[in-house]
Design a protein around this ligand. Structure first.
Ligand SMILES: NC(=O)c1ccc[n+]([C@@H]2O[C@H](COP(=O)([O-])OP(=O)(O)OC[C@H]3O[C@@H](n4cnc5c(N)ncnc54)[C@H](O)[C@@H]3O)[C@@H](O)[C@H]2O)c1
Length: 243
């Protein structure tokens, strides 16, 4: 399929895990992809991207000035798709959570999504529409012990998504959220084995999902195949939140 020929997509958190997979699948289907991540080198230096259609750019989603720089860069070409995949997870129990850790989690996981949409929506409005996919989590609707900042941020992203969907529907900008369950990515590989085993044990399909499986769904939502979808919170969690 080549659903994204002639489209420009911005993907945050594109150096790793699901953001990386989304960027690669979008490029494989014809999109020009602006891949953003903290860990990329400055855009002017070497581009180590796996595809000539993927342009990597060092970018901190929590910094309004980085979004201003991106908007200036994209001003002529415009943007059709934004995928907000950058994310971090806190792990401590609430009463042991450092305030700085809480703040950092909300900065990246919530403020980063708001700043991304705030930056890109005017470009989409002037282009006559667009599609935004925000990464929330199954933990927006169910709870595990610990990770209070992550739970709070992901629930807020789900509802912020609905707010943006309602606000910009008349501008033909669709805004949806995905709520993955436990997915085999570098973020999850860093977690203790017991934590991951407990999450898999609660998952009816009995295994972790793959970045490829999540990216397939993100591409569907981003594409014209999902033209009637906006304001949705799409669980892709092997049944975890159905339990
Ligand atoms: N893996 C899971 O089980 C799971 C489940 C539900 C939701 N999610 C969410 O999916 C998204 C992708 O997760 P993943 O598992 O692929 O994680 P990952 O750790 O593999 O990738 C996240 C990427 O975000 C980047 N990043 C972090 N802070 C940033 C910042 N300030 N600015 C720009 N980039 C930044 C990291 O450098 C990294 O490349 C995240 O939002 C995560 O919360 C993950």
């Amino acid at each position: 399929m080549a659903r994204f020929v002639g489209k420009t997509a911005v993907v945050t958190g594109a150096a790793s895990g699901m953001g990386k997979e989304v960027a690669e699948q979008l490029a494989a289907e014809g999109a020009r992809v602006m891949a953003l991540d903290l860990v990329f080198p400055e855009q002017s230096s070497s581009n180590t991207s796996p595809s000539p259609s993927i342009l990597q750019r060092k970018h901190d989603v929590t910094k309004p000035e980085d979004w201003d720089g991106l908007v200036a860069y994209l001003a002529h070409g415009g943007v059709d798709i934004l995928v907000n995949a950058a994310g971090v997870m806190d792990y401590a129990l609430l009463h042991e959570t450092e305030f700085s850790s809480w703040r950092h989690t909300l900065d990246v996981d919530l403020d980063g999504v708001m700043l991304g949409m705030r930056a890109v929506i005017p470009l989409m409005k002037s282009r006559g529409g667009g599609s935004i996919v925000n990464f929330s989590s199954a933990l927006a609707t169910i709870a595990f012990a610990g990770s209070p900042g992550y739970h709070a941020a992901k629930a807020a992203v789900m509802h912020l998504t609905r707010n943006a969907a309602v606000t910009y529907a008349a501008d033909k900008i669709r805004v949806n959220a995905v709520l993955p369950g436990i997915i085999d990515t570098p973020m999850v590989r860093k977690q203790p084995d017991e934590y991951n085993a407990a999450a898999v044990a609660r998952t009816p399909l009995g295994r972790m999902g793959t970045a490829r499986e999540i990216a397939k769904c993100v591409l569907f939502i981003a594409s014209e195949d999902a033209a009637y979808m906006t304001g949705s919170a799409v669980t892709i969690d092997g049944g975890l939140s159905a339990m």
